[in-house]
Each structure stands twice: as C-alpha cells, then as structure tokens.
Design a protein around this ligand. Structure first.
Ligand code: IPD
Ligand code: CA
Ligand code: CA
Length: 260
C-alpha cells in the first residue's frame, strides 16, 4: 500500500476510535489501577486499543503490535522486520477521566524497525496530525513547521513522569532551571500532545524525565518532519526501542539547548 493510502486508512481508523472517546460516559466508574502511583486504565483505554488492533490488522495483515494496554514496554527483535504499530490508545488518561483536556490517540507505524508513518488524533476538536518519513508533517492537511523563536520568546512544556515518583525532584529541578530562561512553563497531561505542540510552532520545547515508547513514538516523527529535534536528555538520538527521557526542541531553540 502506498504511503498516502496508508495515512488515509489509518486516519480514518483513528477518527472512528475517537468517536468511542467522544461518546464515553461515566468514565470514573470504569477505572482500574495499574502498577505505580496514580496509574489508571479505564474500560475506554482498553476498548479503544481493541478497536485499533482489530482495524489496523485489517489494513496491514501480519503487522506486529506494541500497545500500552498490552503491557510489553519494549520493541521485540521480531519487530525489526516488516510493519509494527506502536499504539497509545488514549494518551492523557488522567485528563480523559477527569474531563481536563487534551487526550489523544497515538499511532506510530514502523517499517523494518524505523518510524515510517505517524497519526495522532485529538477527537474533541477534530485535530488530525499526520507524518510520513521524508514527506513532512501536517495538521488537518496543512503543513507544520516548528517555531524559529529563541527560548526567551518561547513557552516550554514538561511532563512530571507521574508513574516514576523517584524522578520528581529531578523534574522540578529542571523546571527551576528553565523557567527563568523562557516565557513560562506549561503542563498539559499528554506527552504526545506536548510534542505535537512543538511541531505546530506553539511551544519551543518539551521535556520529560521518563516516557514509554508509545508516549513518543508517533509524535517524534511528526516533530522531526516539522523541523524540530527530539533526543533523550543527554542529547543522544532516541533508540525507539523502549522507555527513555525525552528532550524535544523547535528549530529556533535547537541551537541553544543540546542536552540537559
Ligand atoms: C502519560 C501522559 C503524561 C505523561 C506521562 C505519560 P498516559 O500517558 O503522556 O502527560 O506525563 O509520563 O505516561 O498514561 O496518559 O497514557
Ligand atoms: Ca501515554
Ligand atoms: Ca495511555
């Protein structure tokens, strides 16, 4: 299947999955706790993931799946060949269950172990982010470009790594360091959304001390295709094989910040 057709089919599936989020009712009553502090899963996270697995399997029969609600955190050796989807059915679950926004569906498609196509969908405002390697990133069909502003004239967002409390001091140390250098800090509750905000040119930087692969796999290609840069906090390329710290910067901030 050619890339354009793939993006069209995956986007269609994401929009349908978004409908499950839009129609969700009584979300708090469907919560189950996972391991770690305040790590919840709702019946809707599972429902969206099941729907995506089922539909995407029909688009690319034989593709492998890495999904948050599957539990496997790492890319297995057999995923190095052929197609693999890496899925976060709902990124921003704590937003979703409390009614805070945003929450998004995140779909990364790897081909032979490399990011190939990404689709991120925010259903509340019908925002469809798409990207294909070497072919640019788009929001509802409009090309995305990261900001050229310096850090001093940029907003910076960060994540608190809420499921890894041992990283709390480190996260807030970094906030203290960066706040005087930028306009102000933001915390959205969805890492996928935060990285897409850098791609859109809305923010100049995003950082989080620890994320899982499905939290950044799709958005990483989107921000790179929009001219931004995404690495771990040491400035090393993301391995795209498992959990990592993440530092994402716009084209404008890239010259100023290499690592944390
Ligand atoms: C979480 C969100 C949050 C980030 C956490 C992620 P979830 O994903 O992206 O912004 O701070 O590190 O785990 O649990 O809502 O899918
Ligand atoms: Ca997530
Ligand atoms: Ca999730």
């Amino acid at each position: 299947m050619n890339t354009e057709k793939l993006i069209e089919e995956i986007s269609l599936t994401a929009r349908e999955a978004g409908q499950i989020m839009l129609e969700a009712e009584d979300i708090r009553h469907t919560i189950k706790a996972k391991s770690g502090h305040a790590n919840f899963v709702t019946a809707y996270d599972e429902r969206v993931q099941e729907f995506l697995f089922d539909r995407l399997q029909k688009i690319l029969p034989g593709a492998h799946f890495v999904g948050e609600e599957e539990g496997a955190e790492v890319f297995k050796p057999e995923y190095e060949k052929g197609y693999t989807f890496c899925i976060d059915p709902i990124d921003g679950t704590s937003n979703f269950l409390t009614g805070y926004r945003p929450s998004v569906i995140s779909l990364a498609l790897f081909l032979d172990g490399k990011n190939h196509v990404s689709v991120v969908y925010e259903p509340y405002h019908d925002l469809m982010f798409t990207a294909a390697r070497g072919e640019g990133a788009f929001l509802n069909g409009k090309k995305l470009e990261s900001s050229r502003e310096p850090l001093a004239r940029s907003l910076v967002s960060f994540g608190t790594s809420p499921y890894d409390p041992e990283l709390m001091d480190r996260s807030f140390e970094l906030c203290r360091k960066i706040l005087p250098q930028c306009i102000d800090l933001r915390r959205s509750g969805s890492a996928v959304w935060d990285i897409c905000q850098v791609a859109m040119g809305v923010t100049g930087m995003f950082f989080e001390c620890r994320l899982r692969l499905w939290d950044f796999a799709a958005a990483a290609l989107i921000v790179e295709e929009a001219g931004g840069r995404i690495t771990d906090m040491e400035g090393q390329p993301l391995t795209m094989r498992g959990p990592s710290s993440v530092l994402c910067v716009s084209a404008g901030v890239a010259g100023e910040i290499r690592r944390f």
